[in-house]
Write a protein that binds this ligand. Sequence first.
Ligand code: ATP
Ligand code: MG
Ligand code: ZN
Length: 504
Amino acid sequence: MGYARVYSVALHGVAGEVIVVEADVAPGLPSLVVSGLPDAALSEARDRVRAAVQNSGAYWPQARITVNLLPAHVRKHGSGFDTAVAIAVLAAGAELPIGRLKGAVILGELGLDGTVRPVRGVLPAVLAASRAGKELALVPLANVTEARLVPDIEVRATDSLGRIIGYLHGVQNLLDPVSERVPETSSTLDLADVLGQERGRRVIELAAAGRHHIAMFGPPGAGKTMLAARLPGVLPPLDDEEAIEVTALHSIAGTLAPSGTLVRQAPLQAPHHTASVAALVGGGPGLAKPGAISLAHHGVLFLDECAEFASGVLDSLRQPLEQGQVRLRRAYGETVYPARTQLVMAANPCPCARPGGRQTCQCPSIVRRRYQARLSGPLMDRVDLQVDLDPVRSAALLGTEHVEPSSVIAKRVLEARGAAAARWGRSAKTNGDVPASMLRDGRFRLSRSVLRPLTIEMDRGRLSARGFERSMRVAWTIADLDGRIRPEAADVREALELRSRTVR
Ligand SMILES: Nc1ncnc2c1ncn2[C@@H]1O[C@H](COP(=O)(O)OP(=O)(O)OP(=O)(O)O)[C@@H](O)[C@H]1O
Ligand SMILES: [Mg+2]
Ligand SMILES: [Zn+2]
């Protein structure tokens, strides 16, 4: 009979909080009460933990057992507390000496046979433990690589509850596998594969440099999907903080590669057009899973065949895109995931989708217009670059012209981003993020003669005020890529030309 405490971590979104798991074993009718706002999975843990303990050959105290998770007001999800609960109960009631794991954070789900199973979100959980000053984390074996990405905390692993018991009795060791340094993989998709299609390649480079949202329209086989898939390869690599953030999101979603390396390249998410709102923005029972928009944090959200998405689904992206985060309202409160992503949309210009494009299209114009109308609206309003792509000409496919590889473009992009970040200071990191007020600010206002191509279009009623701003943003990116201090009239003209999409 007695009392013991160990530690674990509760996650809310990507944030974690160290919690105390305490157990009290007192004389009385054998029972187990778990308190501290447990959700359904945690209640189920009672039977699971008992079975796991007994099947590990340990003695389950025949007494009145109370388990409490503190602080009580913190919502706790999932099965990641099983192992901590089992150790607390055994230490309180079965003379298991806790000494060697005093102060350690324990994570892991238990199988009925006593195996310790992997859980989602180990990276953010261990990160929270490290930040709280914890010195040791005990994690499921399958999660050890991601746990080790966290600095300043020792990580040990276990495959079973029996091993932990053996360790505490001093007859067995915890696992300390040598993690192979798997080289960080980066995309092998190269823009050099995209032949001809100068316009498409130009748009990808501008999108990368200015972090502009883009939309590409064109006939089937024009290379839209090819181009979009190659955007992450020319984006700057993630810095340490971004890499941890992105990897943590994938850890919570359970989509981290088993090699568990840090995600260093801007992620690409390409949800299918039948995807639900939950798949896009996040949801699900227990600890809500981040959706595609959060898994594309610091990367690219590619909506291929965007005209085919349900309009409600597209609308659900609007707020997260504006705020850079997703707020998932649940019965018990809110989960917030970061979602600073770059949107790439692609679509055929009409439902018949003939490879020849406009020349061979047989759709009545009313059908074309209706189809295009699905591509407008509030989401498209935020897209700086909206371009029509022509079909690839056979000469380009068969030609031997040298095509710039992604590595060369990425270098230009990095320099352009540096110039933009220095210019906007604290207002914005990229041209795509810069507020309109800044574009009109005295220091950055462009002269009348530079803006003339835009004012002419506007006076003819062919350009909206919003279109005007977007073209200015793109013009700045064009100048940055060219290493010039300010945009010139030619840059403004190109920017205008690159949003030539008109409803036809
Ligand atoms: N510019 C190009 N250079 C080389 N190959 C190309 C090019 N464009 C298309 N292709 C070839 O055509 C295939 C289809 O291209 P992709 O899927 O990118 O077209 P798409 O515009 O997305 O078409 P859809 O509208 O049908 O989705 C590619 O896998 C590639 O083999
Ligand atoms: Mg495609
Ligand atoms: Zn058509």
